[in-house]
Design a protein around this ligand. Sequence first.
Ligand SMILES: *[C@@H]1O[C@H](CO)[C@@H](O)[C@H](O)[C@H]1NC(C)=O
Ligand SMILES: *[C@@H]1O[C@H](CO)[C@@H](O)[C@H](O)[C@H]1NC(C)=O
Ligand SMILES: *[C@@H]1O[C@H](CO)[C@@H](O)[C@H](O)[C@H]1NC(C)=O
Ligand SMILES: *[C@@H]1O[C@H](CO)[C@@H](O)[C@H](O)[C@H]1NC(C)=O
Ligand SMILES: *[C@@H]1O[C@H](CO)[C@@H](O)[C@H](O)[C@H]1NC(C)=O
Ligand SMILES: *[C@@H]1O[C@H](CO)[C@@H](O)[C@H](O)[C@H]1NC(C)=O
Ligand SMILES: *[C@@H]1O[C@H](CO)[C@@H](O)[C@H](O)[C@H]1NC(C)=O
Ligand SMILES: *[C@@H]1O[C@H](CO)[C@@H](O)[C@H](O)[C@H]1NC(C)=O
Ligand SMILES: *[C@@H]1O[C@H](CO)[C@@H](O)[C@H](O)[C@H]1NC(C)=O
Length: 805
Amino acid sequence: MKTCFQLLGLLAAAAVGSAATFDPLSHVNLFIGTVNGGNTFPGATIPHGMVKVGMDTDGDNFAGYDARPEFNVTGFSQLHQSGTGGAVPLSNFKLFPVPECPAFEQCLTTIASRKTLRNLLPDGTPDDFASPGYFSTNLSTGVRVELAATRRTGLHRYTFPSTSTVPRILLDITNDGQISAISPELNINPKTGRMTASANFATSFGPGRYDAFACVDFKGEGYTFSGPSEWGPYKINYPDKNGVDLSQHYYRNHTDIKTNDPGWGSEHGGLLSFPQDNAGTTSILARVGISFISTAQACRNAEEEIPDWDFARVVEDSEDQWRDILDRVQVDMENVDPDTVTLLYSSLYRTHIVPGDYSGENPGWKSSEPYYDAFYCNWDTYRTLFPLMSLHDPENFALIVRGMIDIQRHEGWLPEAREAGKPQFIQGGSNGDPILAEFFVKFSDHAAKLGVSATDLYNALLADAENQPPNWNLQGRQSDVWKEKGYIPSDTTYPGGANTKQVSRALEYAFDDFAISQVAKILGKTSDAKKYVSRAQNYFNSWNPNITVPDGSGFTGFMQPKFANGTWNFTDPRHCSVNDPLKATCFLNAIRRDGFYESSPIVYSQYVPQDTAHLITLQGGNAQFIDRLNWIFDQNYFDSTDEPSQQIPFMYHYANAPGLSTQRSRQIISTWFNTSLIGLPGNDGAMGSYAFFYLAGMYPLPATKQFLLSSPYFPQISFYNPLFKKTTTIKSINFTGNPVNGTGGNVFVKSVKVNGKPYKSNCYLEWDVFTTGSTVELELTDDINVNCGTGKNALPPSISTGGYN
Ligand SMILES: *[C@@H]1O[C@H](CO)[C@@H](O)[C@H](O)[C@H]1NC(C)=O
Ligand SMILES: *[C@@H]1O[C@H](CO)[C@@H](O)[C@H](O)[C@H]1NC(C)=O
Ligand SMILES: *[C@@H]1O[C@H](CO)[C@@H](O)[C@H](O)[C@H]1NC(C)=O
Ligand SMILES: *[C@@H]1O[C@H](CO)[C@@H](O)[C@H](O)[C@H]1NC(C)=O
Ligand SMILES: *[C@@H]1O[C@H](CO)[C@@H](O)[C@H](O)[C@H]1NC(C)=O
Ligand SMILES: *[C@@H]1O[C@H](CO)[C@@H](O)[C@H](O)[C@H]1NC(C)=O
Ligand SMILES: *[C@@H]1O[C@H](CO)[C@@H](O)[C@H](O)[C@H]1NC(C)=O
Ligand SMILES: *[C@@H]1O[C@H](CO)[C@@H](O)[C@H](O)[C@H]1NC(C)=O
Ligand SMILES: *[C@@H]1O[C@H](CO)[C@@H](O)[C@H](O)[C@H]1NC(C)=O
C-alpha cells in the first residue's frame, strides 16, 4: 500500500525549486502495527475524536483493519479502538456498498455473502491509503471508498463504477465485531433515505453493555436525488422491500440473537438503492452521526458537525488539527534515516487517538465538565503517554484530567480501563493516580487556569487511596488490607474482588501512593505527604532477600508473595517469563495465587521507579545491579510488550552507567520497532509514546519533575509547549548518525549544558528546562563508559536518597 509519505514525496519532487516546508503529516504512516498484534487503527479521526471511521476486514486486528491482502473487507464502521487486546471493540454500524444485485430482494446482505477483497497494487499489497484524517481503498467490486471524520460524525464517500446501474448501500446494525448486539432498532424514512438505528452491545475487556445510536443520511455528490429509489430492512440475506423498520423481523425480547435466535438469523440492517448519476460513475456521500444518548442526538451531531457535506473541508479541518499537535515537535533530519523520522511522527500521532472526547455523550450523568472515555488502559498510559502530553499538549491533558475527576465525583473512583461508559478490568493498581499526579506535579501553577480544581483532584486521589470499592477488579484498590498490612496477602480471600496478582498490585499501589505524596507535598499537606511517601516504601514488604533463581545464575533477592501471617510463599522468579519451566501465562485469571501479572517476578523485582537507589542496595550495589540488568536482557526476561519492563533499559542510569542505558534502549528500537506493518512488538497501548521517548533520547518518571536523559536519534529535536509558549531544543553537537544496531558510534552523552552552562547531571533533565524554553547541548562520544557526573545531584532522584524532598 502507499503511505502518505510516498505520495507527498512525489508531490515534493514535482515542486522542485520551491522551499520545502516541513509537514509532519507527511511523516505519519498509519499502517504501522496493523499486522502482528499491534492492533492499531489506520482510519480517519481527529485528535481524541470519539468517532474513528475505518475499514473492517477479516483477520485479527482488533481495531478492524488487517493489511494482509487475502483478508476480505466486511464494512466501514464508525467507532473503533486502537492498540488494545481483549476482543474487537466498537466496530459498530458498518456501511457497505453493494454495486450489483439482480434485484433489491436478491441482494446478499450478510457479512459472509457480501464481503469482498480489495484491489491489489502491482507489488501485491492492497490498494489502501491513509493519512491523518483520511482513509481510502479500492474494492474489487470497483467501488472506491473514502472516509473522513469530525468528533462525533463520520463522512463516507462511495464512488460506484459506471457499470453499477443501481448503486446500493447497506447499514449493518448487529455486527459490531463481536456480534454482541441485542435489541436492534431501525427506522427508515423512505422520502429522505435517513436511517436511524440503535442496539445494545457488549464491551470488550470486562463486564457491561452499552447502547449506541446512529443516524445516517445520504447525498449525491455532483448530482442530486431527492431520496432512495428502493428501501427496506434486511434480515440475514433477505431484504424486505418497502419495510421501514425491523418490527416484523425479530422478537424484541429475545436475549441473544447469536445463540438464541428464534429463527430470523443474527444479522439485521437496512438497505437503500439510489438513482445512478447520469454522468456515469456515481458518487454518494453517507454522513453518519453517532451518539451514546439517542438517535435524535446522533442526527443533531451529524447536522451540526457536517452541515455542508463538504468532504474536502472535513478532511482539511482534521488535517489542521493534527498538524497543530504534531508540529509542536520538530527535528533536524540531517544524517537521519527517513524511516526514523516516520517512526517518530507515527508514534506521536498514535498517542492522540485514545482516550476519546465523548463530551455530551455520557449516558451516566449530566455534567458541564468534559467527558473522556476509551481508557486503554491507565496501566499502560501513565508511564509514558501522559508525560509526553506534558511536554507538548497540556490543554488536552487538562481536559482528560477534568473528565477523569468528574468520573470519580460520580462513581466514587477514578477510571482505570473504560469503554462506552463501563469500567473494564483493572490490570495494575489505581493508575489514574499517577496520571492526575503527573498533571499536578507539572502544572500545579496553571491548574486553575486550565479548569482543574486542585481540591477535587486531591480528593479524587484520596478516594482511590483510602476508600475500598465494591469491586476492585473494575475501579479503585483493595485498599483495606493494603492499609492494614502494606502488602496484599496471597492466601486469604477478601470480599470485594478477586485476590489475584497480589505482588504486582502491591508494587503498583506503592507507586500510586508515591504519586499522591508528590501532590500532597505541592499542596503543603505535610503530614499526608509523609504518610503517602511512607506507604510508597511498602514495596519492601514484598521483597524476599533469600530467594534465588533455580537456574544457577546466583542472583538473590526477589519480589515474592507473602501470606497473611507474614510468612512467604514461593513463586519461581522465572514464572511468566519465556524461561518459565511451567510455561505459565499470567493474564487476568481469577484463582491465581502466584502473585504476578504479565511479567515475571524477575521483572517486577526491578519495578520500584520511586526508589531505584534502594533497589540497588537490596540487590548488592551498582556492580551487582548492572550484572542483574545484563542478565535480564541476555536471558530474555525483558519484554518490551509488558509494561513493567518498560523502564528497565534506562535503569543503568541509577547505577551511574548511562552509556549502557543508551545502548540497551537503542537496541530495543532496532530490534522491535520499525515502520513496517509488523513494526510493533505487541498491542500498541502506549507503545507510541514509549518508542517516541526512546527516539527522543529520554525516559519519563511520571508524577515527578525529572526525565532520564540519553541521546536523541536526531542532531536536534525541539518541543513547543503551547501553555508556556516556549520551545526547548536538545542539540547533539557531535551527532554523526544512528548506528544500525543501536551502538557503535557517537551516541553516548559525555556532558550536558543547559543554556550554555554545564548542567548538574548528564543523566536527567528537570522539568523547568522545558517550562522556560531552553537550549540543551549534549556532547556525544563513542565511549560507552560515560557517567552521570560528579556533583551531589548527578544521579537521578530516589526516595531513599532524599531525591524528592
Ligand atoms: C474472501 O472472500 C471470498 C469470496 O467470498 C472467499 O472466496 C475467500 O475465501 C475469502 N478469503 C478469506 C481469507 O476469507
Ligand atoms: C483508487 O482508485 C482511484 C482511481 O479510481 C485512484 O485515484 C486512487 O489512488 C486509488 N487508490 C486509493 C487507495 O484510493
Ligand atoms: C416477549 O414479549 C411478548 C410480547 O411483549 C410476550 O408476550 C412474551 O411473553 C415475551 N416472551 C418472553 C420469553 O419474555
Ligand atoms: C533470610 O534468611 C536468613 C538466614 O536464614 C534469616 O535470618 C532471615 O530472616 C531471612 N529473611 C527473610 C525475610 O525471610
Ligand atoms: C502461615 O500461613 C500459611 C498459608 O496459609 C500456612 O501454610 C503456614 O503454616 C502459616 N505459618 C504460620 C507460622 O502460621
Ligand atoms: C503458594 O504458591 C503456589 C504456587 O503459585 C500456589 O499454587 C499455592 O496455592 C500457594 N499457596 C497458598 C496457600 O496460597
Ligand atoms: C521490522 O520489525 C520486525 C519485527 O521485529 C521484523 O521482523 C522486520 O524484519 C522488520 N522490518 C524491517 C523493514 O526492518
Ligand atoms: C547488527 O546485529 C546483527 C545481529 O546481531 C548482525 O548480524 C549485524 O551484523 C549487525 N550489524 C551491524 C552494522 O553491526
Ligand atoms: C564534540 O564536539 C566538540 C565541539 O565541536 C569538540 O570540542 C569535542 O572534541 C567533540 N567531542 C567528541 C567526543 O568528539
